[in-house]
Ligand binder design. Structure first.
Ligand code: TXA
Ligand code: ATP
Ligand code: FE2
Length: 534
């Protein structure tokens, strides 16, 4: 089978030929480089208009030379339907429809972000990995479950590349900024910047502003670049580790243009090594936007009969990866596995040793993080956990008694609670109880910060649950912060349960019993927010 792929969501006018028999991928790309500032949608679309016919012609030449007959020997045309810049997508969509009609072959509409994921899975040979997509306009964690890729975590504001590019625009550097920050950071000393992780979601906006301010205040640019990389990539590595821990998976693949960064790959590799997981990042030509990944996923979709009629092939600038019916993996294994049951448990942050009634939790140093950042986070979180675990119990929320705390090495001794993690026995009654408990701590002025089904323990009664692991918690009265707690819990249920709806409605009903309606309204808004920001 041979598939032609077309890509043109933003900057790369690209065409590819994928031969499924030999697994060979030929790619022709013509990049748009803005004269100044960031990517300009109209200019980028103009570039697509000029460059797409040329890269297509070049790929058709390759097809003609390598085909088995005089005919081009092509089975289908696959193209990026979104997400991306509307004006660019429309140009490439039109080219793809025309090509499929000229060749009289079916059209396959590919989600660009799922293609970033699938190329990594394809090249790694992994079975059901967690995928971190680190690209310009996006940043999210995906895992396959029951016919869809679920979004396990994502940016709450801009994509990771855009966050870096915004900073370099402030310096007057040309687009793209990512590679320049990487080079400049090599000569810099680490500089502290805000670190924002909420469960498996994360935010870059405060950090970008702080990086700009630091330069304006005279901190050497190289130091700010080093701090920016260390902070941004540590956040991405931490949430990836959380996703591995939550799903029980031991395979991680990386995708997207920012994945070309050596330091990011090094951190992820180091994290995976430390926890005994396998890591794969494809070669750079498959990381940045390219039509090769579109052709490879196009081949899988075509083989599954997943083609679209021309009339239904409209592009979608906000096409989310979790909207895609994953036809080519029907019946395959979910990303969620059974976590190791006994002895020493390796959470995302800590190792937990359970001896009888006593639980010792150690936030071990993470080799992937800069030592200053590592010390800061382990100390802050150990202190927060001790303080908020006790504060929650004082307002009537079941939590473990804290027997001892030592923030310097990052060690806590807790009483053992519950018989299992909620993940092992999610029921509507228990979810309702979690909702009530979160409402109570919000009423007391603080958030949990990471209320997933692995950070709730189940007790003897039908609705007896304990909240644990308050390390990401903090005092706040902001409705948005409270709503993020609910969003994180929803995400952990929706990402792993086969029938999440009854669980989620019970959870929200529980919250409504004891909490503020404004928070539930804000949750709706967060869930509905289009996260794609070009
Ligand atoms: C929707 C689609 O149009 C979009 N594409 C996109 O963002 O292009 P991509 O090739 O995946 O990523 C480009 C980004 O990747 C960054 N980048 C490239 N090389 C880098 C490096 N060595 N270090 C850090 N960032 C790098 C650039 O600064 C830019 O922000 C996406 O995938 O989100
Ligand atoms: N007090 C406790 N009683 C019983 N089990 C516990 C207790 N504390 C932790 N555990 C067990 O250890 C696991 C990991 O603990 P915890 O969530 O605190 O660590 P972590 O590294 O912060 O994890 P993550 O960041 O992945 O949520 C829990 O899911 C739970 O199974
Ligand atoms: Fe991309």
């Amino acid at each position: 089978m041979r598939i032609v792929g077309l890509e043109g969501t933003a900057w790369a006018a690209s065409a590819a030929l994928y031969d499924a028999r030999t697994d060979e991928v030929n790619v022709e790309t013509d990049a748009y480089e803005p004269d100044s500032g960031g990517i300009h949608p109209r200019e980028a679309a103009e570039h697509m208009g000029n460059a797409v016919p040329e890269v297509v012609a070049a790929i058709l030449d390759v097809a003609a030379e390598s085909g088995e007959s005089d005919a081009p020997d092509i089975d289908a045309v696959a193209f990026s339907r979104g997400p991306g810049l509307g004006p660019c997508l429309r140009v490439v969509g039109t080219a793809a429809r025309a090509l499929s009609q000229t060749l009289s072959v079916p059209l396959v509409g590919v989600n660009h972000m799922v293609a970033h994921l699938e190329i990594g899975r394809h090249r790694s040979g992994f079975d059901s990995p967690v995928c971190l997509n680190a690209s310009g306009a996006n940043a999210h964690l995906l895992g396959y479950h029951d016919g869809r890729y679920r979004v396990l975590g994502e940016t709450m504001d801009t994509g990771v590349g855009n966050a870096i590019d915004k900073f370099t625009r402030h310096l007057g550097w040309s687009h793209p900024g990512g590679p320049k920050v990487e080079t400049c950071a090599r000569d810099g000393e680490y500089h502290d910047l805000p670190y924002v992780v909420k469960g498996m979601d994360f935010s870059f906006s405060g950090l970008t502003s702080a990086a700009k301010d630091a330069v304006d205040e005279g901190v050497p640019v190289a130091d700010v670049c080093a701090g920016l990389q260390e902070t941004v990539f540590a956040m991405l590595t931490e949430v990836s580790e959380r996703a591995l821990s939550l799903t029980g998976t031991d395979e991680l693949v990386l995708g997207g243009g920012v994945a070309q960064n050596d330091r990011l790959r090094e951190m992820l590799r180091s994290m995976c090594e430390q926890r005994g997981a396998d890591f794969h990042a494809p070669e750079p030509r498959f990381l940045r936007d390219n039509a090769g990944m579109i052709a490879v996923l196009g081949a899988k979709m075509y083989a599954a009969g997943d083609t679209i009629a021309v009339e239904e092939s409209a592009v979608d600038p906000n096409f989310r990866p979790d909207e895609v019916a994953v036809t080519w993996r029907e019946g395959e294994r979910s990303v969620a596995r059974d976590p190791a049951a006994a002895g020493t448990i390796r959470g995302a942050e800590a190792t937990v040793t359970i001896e009888g009634d006593r639980v010792v939790k150690r936030r071990v140093p993470k080799a992937y993080r800069h030592p200053d950042l590592d010390d800061r986070l382990r100390g802050e979180r150990t202190r927060a956990e001790a303080r908020l675990t006790s504060a929650a119990r004082r307002v009537g929320v079941p939590t473990p008694v804290v027997a001892d705390v030592d923030p310097e090495p990052g060690t806590l001794e807790l009483r053992r609670v519950g018989s299992d993690d909620l993940a092992a026995g999610v029921t509507p009654d228990r979810c309702r109880a979690v909702g009530r408990h979160l409402a109570t701590i919000h009423g007391a002025g603080f958030v949990h910060g990471d209320p997933t089904t692995r950070n709730v323990r189940i007790g003897d009664g039908d609705d007896e649950v304990f909240l644990i692991d308050f390390g990401l918690g903090y005092y706040t009265d902001h409705v948005e912060d409270h709503a993020m707690d609910l969003h994180v819990f929803r995400g952990s249920v929706a990402g792993t349960a086969t029938d999440p709806e009854p669980l989620l409605s019970a959870f929200e009903a529980g919250y409504a019993e004891a909490g503020d309606d404004d928070v539930l309204a804000r949750l709706r808004e967060i869930e509905g927010r289009g996260r794609y920001q070009g």
